[in-house]
Design a binder for this molecule. Sequence first.
Ligand code: GN1
Ligand code: MG
Length: 362
Amino acid sequence: MDERMLSIASHFAIEGEIEIIKPLGEGFINDTFIVKTVGDTPNYILQRKNHAIFPDVPAMMDNISKVTAHLKEKIAAAGGDPRREALTVTPTVDGKLYWQDNEGNYWAVCEFIEGSVTYDRADTPELAYKGGQGIGRFQAQLADFTEPLAETIKGFHNIRWRFQQWDETIAKDPMGRVAELKEEISWIESRREQMLDFWKMVEEGVLPMRVTHNDTKLSNILFNQNGDVLCVIDLDTCMSSTSLNDVGDALRSYTNTGAEDDQDLNRVSMDINMFEGYIKGYLSERKASMTQSEIDWLAFSGIYITYEQVLRFLMDYIDGDNYYKVRYDGHNLVRTHAQYKLLTSMEEQYERMQQIVREAVK
Ligand code: GN1
Ligand code: MG
């Protein structure tokens, strides 16, 4: 086994004897490993947290620790299993939430939840319903969480801040790519005011701030063998924001008939049945505590976050692929095109989306 990985893992309060450490999954940001132990002791997830993207990893781990403690209280009170339905952070042997190696990398560990299933794509509206229920419940469980949370990534879903980064990146044009991207850039510019108008409602308090997850794509949800949501994972971006961001990001992922980086745009569109499933599942947990403004803008949230994702992929392409991990040259541009196709499909179906929300809240 990789001696270096073993030595990193040895700094954490891991029960039992380590059998193997292997890479896991395809996160775009962190490096993730599974740590298997011999016999009945738990297995673990070991992650190198991307310090370039999360400038204050200690503050991020502190957020995660507080949020999971709160979730565990709620789960226990409802008769659930706190160790399976919320993440359990495994501290270092000296009680810290992370360990820093001599190259400055930050590492963190949590328990692996056995018998859980993840999906990369939603195949049925029932799965979308369950996913919506899962995030709705997550937000509801955190509704009375009042401690301040650190902002782990500045302006994460704040389009005003994203435009500032965007304008700077376009002006710099470090790879000389701007000239050949006239059409793609016009996709962003033509919707700038509309998106700023939406964000203004967050800035002015028309849309309330809540504790949100901010990265609610399908693969960040663990399901159990019965197909119910077990646990919401990847809490790195848990902060306060509008609850609509969590719905929007989930819609971007659950409703897509193609892949996020599909090369065949004919495969990409928004499946309205998945939309309906997700919205109904979400409302089943959250309807009672939503404001009218949140309900009114629920359908638009999918458009907002998908637009933001087009901007982020395109901006990273222009910048020279420094943020997202890419598997091939031009990967971020392929992602841009695929997400733009999804955006236009949502825009075309927006009226029907609004109608579904209106009927579901009746
Ligand atoms: C990233 O961390 P991961 O791979 O779950 C990104 C999300 C994007 C997503 C696109 C911290 O998610 O915002 O929507 O890729 N996370 C961060 O798949 O930037
Ligand atoms: Mg993430």
